[in-house]
Design a protein around this ligand. Structure first.
Ligand code: GDP
Length: 343
């Protein structure tokens, strides 16, 4: 394993296939990095992922391994906060497509580490775009924007034209990254697109996010490993989709002749309480018997309700979500039961 993380010289050979495209993914160790790798590999891409050198090398490939892909993806050393490392990696790989998914992505943590969040989630996009510009390269660029940018929502249904009102250091940082993507497209004619993705989940979602926290809690309670689950604000509502569906939208944006910005969402919004009901219900449990509200999990400023209008993605990209919230919750609970049953 160590060997695969050493440097870009471990990058997989192209097998001589000339038509093969190369994709560089930042945030390869996250949920979306794993599913996007799976999608691109199935389409015949060579996939490289940017990883920070860390004492816990195992973490970088954990999710790729879950999908059986840890040997298929080349890992290259670099850091979104280090412009020189991005220049080196881009010059070496000469990717056709760059997917900027790297971020400090947990909203609650962004109040504890606002500067780091700004540097990685915000300035990271500046650095990548600037590296591409300085090298005079022409890869297509995807920026992972977020529905959190709508924050204190200015319309009940949010689309590409809804004004933003960020409510956390994370959202402020994502908004800067979003606008610099638009700006580099308009200033330098770059093929730079921004996907405003609403919350998307899966069994690979980090445990710090509420859906995974809930499905992990359900599995623990079901198996007798826990007696209750502490959560924060149960009244917040989110438009949740499945990450496997959402990475398809990313790829579709990159295949368009003209770059642009797209909302990616299901158009259905449910509360945390309702998600609890679905997840506990799948295991034959009543959430009211187990969920406790703990103010420690309340946030300094809350995003109350997100609900996206993905008409543009549907009409232009032909994208529609295929996995329902019920299927998503069931898949996540089943995966957590399996994980916890393992010796
Ligand atoms: P976010 O939309 O990117 O912040 O995704 P999260 O999954 O972290 O949070 C979604 C919503 O769940 C927010 O409105 C949180 O306030 C709410 N929530 C309620 N309890 C919890 C909890 O225990 N953990 C987390 N992460 N969120 C919670």
């Amino acid at each position: 394993m160590e060997k695969r993380l050493a440097n870009e010289d471990n990058y997989p050979p192209s097998n001589g296939a000339k038509a093969m495209k190369t994709a560089l993914i930042t945030g390869i160790s996250g949920q979306d990095g794993a599913y996007l790798s799976q999608l691109l590999l199935a389409k015949g891409y060579r996939v490289a992922g940017l990883v920070r050198r860390s004492s816990n090398a195992e973490k970088a490939v954990e999710r790729l391994r879950w999908l059986g892909l840890e040997r298929e993806v080349g890992l290259v050393d670099g850091d979104l906060t280090d412009l020189s490392s991005l220049i080196r990696v881009l010059a070496k790989l000469r990717p056709d497509e760059v997917y900027n998914l790297g971020a400090q992505s947990f909203v609650a943590l962004s109040w504890q580490q606002p500067i780091l969040t700004g540097e990685v989630t915000g300035m990271g996009a500046f650095n990548m775009l600037e590296a591409i510009r300085l090298l005079e390269m022409k890869p297509r660029f995807y920026q992972a924007s977020s529905s959190e940018m709508y924050g204190l929502v200015q319309a009940p249904l949010q689309s590409e034209t809804t004004p933003f009102y960020p409510r956390s250091p994370y959202a402020v940082s994502k908004l800067a990254a979003h606008w610099i993507t638009v700006n580099y497209r308009e200033s330098f004619g770059m093929h730079a697109s921004s996907g405003i993705l609403f919350n998307h989940e899966s069994p690979l979602r980090g445990i710090e996010f509420v859906t995974r926290k809930i499905t992990d809690g359900v599995a623990r309670i079901k198996l007798g490993l826990a007696t209750h689950l502490d959560l924060g604000n149960l009244d917040a509502a989110r438009d949740w989709g499945h990450a496997r569906d959402y990475v398809k939208a990313m790829w579709l944006m990159m295949q368009q002749e003209v770059p642009g910005d797209y909302v990616v969402a299901t158009g259905r919004s449910v509360t945390i309480r309702e998600f609890c009901s679905l997840a506990f219900g799948h295991a034959g449990l009543n959430h009211q018997d187990y969920v406790r509200v703990n103010p420690a999990f309340f946030r300094p400023a809350e995003v109350d309700c997100l609900k996206g209008d993905a008409s543009k993605a549907r009409e232009t990209l032909g994208w529609v979500p295929e996995i329902t919230l019920e299927e998503l919750a069931a898949e996540m609970v089943e995966a957590d039961l399996r994980r916890l049953r393992q010796p």
